[in-house]
Design a protein around this ligand. Sequence first.
Ligand SMILES: Cc1ncc(COP(=O)(O)O)c(C=O)c1O
Length: 474
Amino acid sequence: MVLDGTAAPAAIHATSSRTVDDLVEEQERRFVARQPKSRALHARALSSLAGGVTSSWQITRPQPVFISRGEGSRIFDVDGNEYVDLHGGYGAGLAGHAHPAIVEAVTRQVRLGTHFAQPSEDAVVVAELLAGRFGLPLWRFTNSGTEATMDAVHLMRAVTGRDLVVKIEGCYHGHHDSVQVSVAPGEDEDLGAAGHPTGRASSTGIPDAITSLTLVATFNDLESVVRLLREHPRQVAGMIVEPIMMNAGIVHPVPGYLEGLRAVLHEHGALLCFDEVKTGLTVGPGGATRLLGVTPDVVCLAKSLGGGLVAGAVGATTELMGHVASGGYEMVGTFNGNPLSMAACRAVLEEVATDVGYERIAALRSRIDASLTASIERHGLPAHVVSVGAKGCVTFATSPVRNYRDFLRVDDRYNHLHWLAQHNAGVFLPPWGKTEQWMLSVQHDDEDAEMFIDNFERFAAEVSGALRAARSVG
Ligand SMILES: Cc1ncc(COP(=O)(O)O)c(C=O)c1O
């Protein structure tokens, strides 16, 4: 089915006796029925791609969705279904699809050669633009967020000569060893005290000896960091943190938290790194760093920086990057600063992530926030909207989530149902709805927002019916 904005979107068709689980089951059936070609491709892929996908997080329930193309704010699956893309490639989609500025820059560079492993003028321009936006003078490039946070952790260790790093429980910073600790520990694990979490390896294949070098603190709890710094005097190299936590829905820092972190870390001779791989250009032109007015020692970028191409960046103070410049820490990579990526990054900074682009996004965000909040109130859903810049989420809880322990208490069935209901009605949200956020691009428009809002209103009505039915049975 091709959605042209006039076709009636699929409704959940709940009767008052249906439970949330019944609604999920019905939407999953509908989902599978709409995508026979995706199903067939996945079955074929199982014999050549591990798990039939290219990254384990593409193994979604009820089945992975294979995409054929993207255009502006829309994507199309291999079955011909059209979607408003609010998945945004897990946060890489600020430019939308086939943005003319990216197409032009990349096409030009392809003709001029795509790889030299030597610096280019575009790399200098991109570094200058990032320095202006983030207030950190010196930059290097990587090929992913994982590489950026890995280099940042190495650099903090190299500069301080210390081994320990602090991270936040429930934060994801990529899949290298030092940060694969307490990423999404389950309630059934021994999590330790709320303000003093026990570090848990988040992946197999990582030796305990490495996991034990990463200490775990609680978001929005300065005291939990101070405690670790006191317990390990002069041993902590630094702390890596998302300034706005974005792998647990969206969790804003409480006022003074980030300033406090910088002060206590510096007091103990340790460094502060902001992982802005997700927040980077999506919350505003200079990321959370500029939005919240706290400049760390190191910042990591990736995702939307590349306009859909592979790119990451690390920015830092003169003191820290002096260590790189002098060879004290060798920040290397065959494809670092690749000319194709640099051409795309330059186009993003000069022609996509502009004041006009951010104004357009802010107007759509306000409209979505207000409309979803009105639906939530009209139907008495135990939920609220959290958003910032191009990103937003519905948290299915009445009180704000301040940290990972609060987040763990949120029932994830509602987000899954929301994902399915939007998907079946032509809006592609990121899977893993409880952890992820929707993402607007500079190419989304009012019609896109309207489809999302209308679908949500229908979803809210159905869920409130199911909740009423459950209450009357109970
Ligand atoms: C906050 C954060 N940091 C780092 C990463 C890793 O980035 P990449 O997937 O490009 O390696 C991610 C990926 O989702 C992320 O959300």
